[in-house]
Design a protein around this ligand. Structure first.
Ligand code: ZN
Ligand code: ZN
Length: 168
């Protein structure tokens, strides 16, 4: 989505936008990760002289790997953003944290790609109560159980052991 910046805005007036992100220009996703729908973007922009302030949210629906059990995990993320663009960046403005644009269009597809890259590596679980992998044998405890003894001794066993030790 290319956001057309109107030349005739009232300074400071917020103009809303929303639309779908075109991901065809994005590089291949990391293995095991895939978008399930086109990301949606919504927000508003304000023009102030050569500067354009863009704020909003990116909505991403994708498939990735569960951090805890390594199974596929579907995730929906809402990623807020706030950017400043400047028409024709000059040397003086390179210190300033503004992105250049040509004065008429802002490339929201490229912005969305950067936002998604920044958000990569977030913890994602296949479900809230994912039981993860057994630290002893590595089985996925969501699908099967195993014979590994829990590291912590359950309280009733601890009491029994104490009883046996004192009787010796
Ligand atoms: Zn999981
Ligand atoms: Zn085990």
């Amino acid at each position: 989505m290319k956001l057309q910046i109107s030349e005739v805005t009232v300074p400071g007036e917020a103009i809303a936008f929303h639309g779908s992100i075109d991901t065809t220009e994005w590089q291949a996703e990391p293995e095991g990760e895939a978008l399930l729908d086109a990301p949606q973007i919504d927000g508003h922009y304000r023009r102030d002289g050569r500067y354009v302030y863009v704020d909003g949210e990116l909505h991403v629906h994708g498939r990735t790997t569960c951090t805890r059990c390594l199974d596929d995990a579907e995730c929906r993320q809402t990623l807020p953003f706030s950017e400043v663009y400047v028409k024709t960046a000059t040397a003086a403005e390179t210190d300033f944290d503004a992105l250049p644009f040509d004065g008429s269009y802002i490339d929201l597809d490229a912005l969305a790609r950067d936002i998604v890259i920044m958000a990569a590596g977030a913890q994602v679980l296949c479900r809230d109560d994912c039981r993860g992998l057994c630290p002893g044998c590595g089985v996925n405890l969501n699908h099967e159980s195993c014979q590994c003894v829990p590291e912590e001794v359950p309280p009733q066993w601890a009491a029994l052991r104490e009883l046996l030790t004192t009787k010796q």
